[in-house]
Write a protein that binds this ligand. Structure first.
Ligand code: HPA
Length: 263
């Protein structure tokens, strides 16, 4: 079964509510098997992958990012829209609002970030000047209805988790220019680029980050804010999917030309 578009649902987005005629399948890859759903939106085939599993049973540092991204490549995906629950470090970005990510800072510690592991697989130093596909980001911005509050850019710092950050870490990230903090965008976005797929991410702010919020952080707060606002996120994704075409006019598809296409 093939699909040209995919949604990767993060925390709070476990079901492809925007799709019809949903079928379940498991895609085998050399990195592991990946359960997926494929459904229809109008006349398009769209794959849905729950990043943390359908019951949020996989913590951020144990997600099999390579298997997930390879599975999407194997079924023919060209464009991925990911969701991400994030904390905010920026007073202008409030819980409940959405942000189109445009840059990241990587603070992860234990994750394999490449398909290109040397010898027969080759070596790739993939370009990250625009880590999130700028064409897809612009499309999301252009299509977003005025009823949905969307920030047009934001720098995301990816922490290792699964613990939340200390206020001292957040203070440092803020000085570095970070707007948002989460635990999953890296290496997902990097691996998608390595396989030549366009990857856009819509972040939902669920809380102010540690030390900015006076209260201790809880996963429950994150999930509750997500579920209160998920209708906006799902509506925006549906709008974008219905207007996207699968032609890649950006540079993403040629990102691995120097090393050769593995997908
Ligand atoms: N920190 C890290 N990840 C998160 C947060 C946070 O404050 N909120 C939602 N995901």
């Amino acid at each position: 079964m093939q699909a040209e578009f995919a949604v990767i649902g993060g925390t709070g987005v476990y079901n492809p509510r925007m799709l019809t005629d949903i079928q379940e399948l498991t895609v085998d890859t050399q990195y592991g098997a990946v359960p997926l759903k494929i459904g229809k939106l109008e006349n398009k085939k769209v794959a849905f992958l729950a990043r943390h599993g359908s019951k949020h049973s996989v913590p951020p540092h144990q997600i099999n990012y390579r298997a997930n991204i390879m599975a999407l490549k194997k079924i023919g995906v060209k464009k991925i829209i990911a969701t991400a629950a994030v904390g905010s470090l920026n007073e202008k970005m409030a819980p409940g609002q959405l942000v189109v990510l445009d840059q990241f800072i990587d603070f992860t510690k234990s994750r394999v970030q490449t398909f290109y592991e040397g010898s027969d697989k080759g070596v790739l130093h993939v370009d990250m000047t625009n880590p999130y596909c700028p064409e897809l980001a612009q499309k999301i911005i252009d299509i977003c209805p005025p009823s949905i509050y969307l920030h047009q850019k934001g720098t995301y710092v990816c922490t290792e988790g699964p613990r939340f950050e200390t206020p001292a870490e957040i203070k440092m990230f803020k000085m570095w220019g970070c707007d948002l903090v989460g635990m999953t965008s890296v290496p997902e976005v990097v691996l998608a680029r390595e396989l030549g797929m366009c990857y856009g991410s819509i972040a939902m702010i669920t809380n102010y980050a540690a030390g900015i919020s006076a209260l201790p952080l809880t996963h429950r707060e994150v999930v509750e804010t997500m579920s209160l606002n998920t209708h906006n996120l799902q509506a925006l994704i549906m709008e974008v999917l219905s207007k996207l075409n699968s032609t890649q006019q950006c540079f993403c598809s040629g990102a691995n030309l120097e090393a050769g296409n593995l997908g």
